[in-house]
Design a protein around this ligand. Structure first.
Ligand code: AKG
Ligand code: FE2
Length: 309
């Protein structure tokens, strides 16, 4: 558990103590709950209401904001994604639908054709009163929160607090509202609500709907363990690029969303913000050990293509 307000108010010794605790958690499970985050309830509640309103529409209305072929933003309906495929595992599609959005603007001077076509593609917002405003408001809060958490991470890694700032000045984070509907038939063999995967970027800020179930992580002991929602907290997890940055000191933990026993009546919703460094950011182990640097944008694009191919 990380209390961000406590971290921000702490002196250098207090920050180092909290940083050491965060380092321990990130080495062990890579999942932590964050309280004291300062995100207003009004912003959170507004997006829940809009997300529910969006998913409860008829299929045609949802498909009217489908992405162009290969595009990441808009409505991805049931059957379009299998997250386990991002790791080369062949499974039936995940039992979910999602609405996805990208950065609010394009950085000045960005000319990379892949960046412009993929992560800076426009988000096709639904024509629902207040949806876009609620989405953008929550996204902006997440961008600011992620930057603060990256400061905690820097301290946890014995780096200057602002170490990561140049890498995340124009992040290409994606945000996704997820709906795992109550199911009208039993899942196929190996079919989950979200197949086992690691997240691709620096960190993920997840908000499971209060009272919802199903998210599980693979523990270092090799057991699947449920991660229930924590009241008033966001669930943060490390992504692949953070694991790479720390040369494997921190874990990008395998996680999944399982089908609950009451799948026929039980839906799950969640909102996930996938913090992703600048398109051109080169991520290489901080320890200086030799490794081919990974470029943030193309890495993300390839992972998305694998899961949605
Ligand atoms: O819905 C959730 O709680 C988790 C979803 C997830 O892990 C993902 O989409 O990357
Ligand atoms: Fe995930």
């Amino acid at each position: 558990m990380l209390d961000l307000a406590e971290f921000l108010a702490a002196d250098a010794a207090g920050k180092a103590r909290i940083g050491a605790e965060v380092d321990r958690i990130c080495r062990e499970t890579g999942f932590l709950a964050v309280t004291g985050h300062g995100v207003p309830d009004t912003v959170i509640d507004a997006l829940w209401a809009q997300a529910r309103g969006f998913f409860d529409q008829a299929p045609d209305a949802k498909h009217s904001v489908a992405p162009p072929p290969g595009g990441p933003y808009g409505y991805l309906g049931p059957g379009t994604e299998a997250l386990a495929k991002s790791r080369g595992e062949d499974t039936p599609p995940d039992l979910k639908e999602s609405f996805n959005g990208g950065p609010a603007g394009i950085p000045e001077g960005e000319t990379d054709p892949d960046a412009l076509a993929f992560c800076y593609a426009p988000t096709p917002f639904p024509d629902l009163p207040g949806f876009k405003e609620a989405w953008r408001g929550y996204y902006a809060e997440m961008e600011a929160l992620a930057a603060r958490i990256m400061e905690v991470f820097a301290v946890a890694l014995d780096l200057p607090q602002g170490y990561f700032a140049p890498f995340i000045s124009t992040p290409i984070s994606g945000m996704r509202a997820l709906n795992y509907p109550a199911q009208d038939k039993a899942p196929e063999d190996k079919q989950l609500r979200a197949g086992a995967h690691t997240d691709y970027g620096s960190l993920t800020i997840l908000l499971p709907e209060p009272g919802s179930r199903g998210l599980e992580i693979l523990t270092p002991e090799g057991d699947w363990k449920g991660i229930p929602p924590v009241d008033g907290a966001f669930v943060i997890n490390i992504g692949d690029l953070m694991a790479l940055w720390t040369a494997g000191r921190w874990t990008s933990t395998l996680h999944r969303v399982v089908t609950p026993p009451d799948w026929a009546t039980r839906r799950r919703m969640s909102i996930a913000y996938f913090h992703q460094p600048n398109w051109h950011a080169e991520v290489a182990p901080l320890s200086g050990e030799a490794a081919e640097p990974v470029i943030s944008g193309p890495y993300l694009m390839n992972k998305f293509a694998a899961a949605n191919g």
